[in-house]
Design a protein around this ligand. Structure first.
Ligand SMILES: Nc1ncnc2c1ncn2[C@@H]1O[C@H](COP(=O)(O)OP(=O)(O)OP(=O)(O)O)[C@@H](O)[C@H]1O
Ligand SMILES: [Mg+2]
Length: 398
């Protein structure tokens, strides 16, 4: 294709922005179009002189704000003055009403302009605010993913500690028995078997955790009981290393007595509908908070090491599945208890907490799963209560 060196420059000169069209070009062009249209009518049945010009000024104010309104109203006033008001084509007019209506027209144009300008600005502000909110939400989601990942890495590290040290021990054993000429094939096989078993466990941990922390694709019926067991097993190694006991108590819906015998019945009584993995993350968040509170309580000297305890109770209440996570970490001060679900609200030092754990948990339970997440204090700690609607199971009661 032929290209001339000046072409780009010329085209650039012709580049007109959207705002220029709305605020300058249209307000100049449209009154002339109105002039042509009105001139055509004028010959036949002489309409009101401002017939087309009022709507135009209003329209231009809506489109181009104050600038559009002023340009189009002044130009329209000049056009009407010159072409339509008797005597036409003259600067002077015979009646006082010509002066009055022209001034009124320009004044109204100005008022339209100011009003529309404010409306446009308000709209822009709303749009900006919405965008800012969206970005903030995105950031919170991003950070909560990072937090979940941190949680996962922490949990893997704890799960791996023991098998790693067992494998290390095996290697030392092998070396020592070789040095002492006691290395039999049998002994070697025993050590290798043990190492393999532990390696298998380690690799399974990674798979479990990967499944656990990947986002659920859709809402499904799942067993809160099952989910609770999984979440506890994820946190178990970590709790053990902090010498915190984590126990659960299940109350069967019918007899209101403790049963842990028939897993299937337990599953059926504690089915709910929602996002299973996200729900597990909520539990992990609550366990992590309880653990932090217990640690702080120990540091304050209110609790001795080894006394920390998290108790989870699972039961039915009307048509709901209820799960309560209780700890003996000293509870939440009344001064802040109203704020703990706010994003970024944390009492922990930097690096230890971001303050989005409970915010995300509340979003997951209340927004995504239509449940309820509440917080209370009792004598020696906090308890968090999750209420979810029970999902009907076909063979229930059998
Ligand atoms: N079980 C609890 N006992 C005492 N205080 C708690 C408990 N759970 C939450 N809190 C208080 O609520 C605050 C907010 O908790 P949240 O889980 O939202 O954030 P965080 O734990 O500080 O940080 P993150 O969860 O992002 O790592 C905590 O900083 C803590 O002060
Ligand atoms: Mg937390």
């Amino acid at each position: 294709m032929l290209r001339f060196p000046f072409m780009d420059k010329d085209f650039a000169l012709l580049k007109i922005s959207n705002t220029q069209i709305k605020e300058l070009i249209l307000p100049i062009v449209i009154p002339f179009i109105a002039l042509m249209v009105q001139y055509h009518f004028w010959i036949g049945f002489k309409p009101f002189v401002w017939f087309l010009f009022y709507p135009i000024v209003f329209f231009m104010a809506w489109l181009g704000g104050l600038r559009g309104a002023i340009i189009s109203s002044v130009l329209s006033a000049v056009i009407v003055w010159w072409f339509f008001m008797p005597p036409v084509f003259s600067l002077y007019k015979e009646s006082f009403s010509a002066y009055f209506s022209t001034i009124t027209f320009i004044a109204l144009g100005y008022i339209f302009g100011v009003a529309m300008e404010q409306l446009i600005k308000a709209n822009q502000k709303v749009a900006e605010q919405l965008e800012a909110n969206r970005q903030k939400e995105q950031l919170v989601i991003q950070q909560s993913k990072m937090a979940a990942m941190g949680e996962m890495i922490g949990a893997i590290a704890h799960q791996w500690r023991q098998p790693l040290s067992i494998i290390g021990g095996s290697l030392i054993n092998i070396e020592e028995s070789y040095d002492e000429n006691e290395l039999t094939k049998e002994y070697l096989k025993k050590q290798i078997d043990s190492a393999e078993k532990n390696l298998l466990f380690m690799s399974k941990t990674i798979d479990d955790f990967r499944n656990f922390f990947s986002p659920s694709k859709s809402k499904t019926d799942f067993s809160v009981y099952n989910n609770l067991l999984n979440s506890i097993s994820i946190m178990n190694a970590q709790m053990e290393s902090h010498q915190i006991s984590i126990t659960y108590d299940v109350k069967d819906s019918n007899a209101n007595t403790k049963t842990t015998e028939n897993e299937e019945i337990l599953d059926n009584h504690f089915m709910t509908n929602g996002f299973s993995n996200e729900f597990s993350q909520v539990l992990v968040n609550l366990f992590a908070n309880a653990k932090d509170a217990i640690e702080e309580n120990i540091q304050r000297g209110m609790l001795s090491k080894g006394e920390g305890a998290i108790l989870i109770t699972l039961f039915n209440e009307k048509n709901n599945v209820v799960i309560i996570v209780k700890d003996n970490g000293g509870g939440i001060s009344e001064k802040i208890i109203d704020r703990i679900f706010e994003p970024y609200f944390t009492t922990k030092e930097q690096g230890k907490g971001t303050g989005i754990g409970l915010y995300m948990s509340k979003m997951i339970i209340e927004e995504n799963m239509n449940g309820k997440l509440e917080v209370f204090n009792d004598s020696n700690g906090a308890f968090l209560k999750i209420t979810l609607a029970k999902a009907e199971v076909k063979d229930e009661g059998k």
